[in-house]
Design a protein around this ligand. Sequence first.
Ligand code: FE2
Length: 281
Amino acid sequence: MNRKIESVFKSKPTIEGAGVNLKRVFGYNEVPLLDPFLLLDDFRSRDPKDYIAGFPWHPHRGIETVTYMLEGTVEHGDSMGNKGIIGPGDVQWMTAGSGIIHQEMPKGINGHMGGFQLWVNLPSTHKMMGPRYREIKKEQIPEISPGKGINIRVISGEAGGIKGPVKDLVVDSEYLDVSMEPNMEFIHKIQKGYRVFAYVIEGNGFFEPENSNSIDREHLVIFKDGDNVQISSGDQNLRFLLISGKPIGEPVAWYGPIVMNTREELEIAFEEYRNGTFIKK
Ligand code: FE2
């Protein structure tokens, strides 16, 4: 059975970090709608004033942050001693677990900057796991063409029989970047019971077979349960993220960059951050 559309949202302008103007696709107000996902930010911009202030040193606990760059770079450093530059087409899949403190500073290339940050929740059994950091370069991400006029970058999960480089995830998640030429159809199987959403990066398309309303750029499509998603492009190119994951189904206690199960765990986290015992490893 094809999955039907449950709801469609437009991303909203938000200010984050030290004054970064970005678009929030979903976040705190949508919990638990996207379980196991907590937040998606779209930070594409052509104006350095929007992003140059960046995200100076801040903590995370209880989640994973996944940064996928399209344009420009992000210079980062963290309390585990990792340091580097996430460039166009690269992915950083960072598991905060028991805690990291990091900074993320965007730098445009010819003023252009763009990418997405997704937050994946961790279950109570793994919220205090050792932090883990993975950097995946553009060349390591397979780009496949399951049919004429369709291209997919497979970051995690599987498409067209090819698995993405990010494996052994705590929460089983699939992360695809799908590009379609006009008048193409894409059918993709999603595990039953998993949450799936699409976020339109460019162009517009049709996200449900018997629905003639097109959905365009900067819109989020949340699907109902079922098997396949069936997506068609209209008279222009369509590019979207297609992300799915196994719901966790636990209480969410969230303040700023820290997401736990209970308010008490949040208070402990902030107290530890204040008194210098936040970092466990
Ligand atoms: Fe961060």
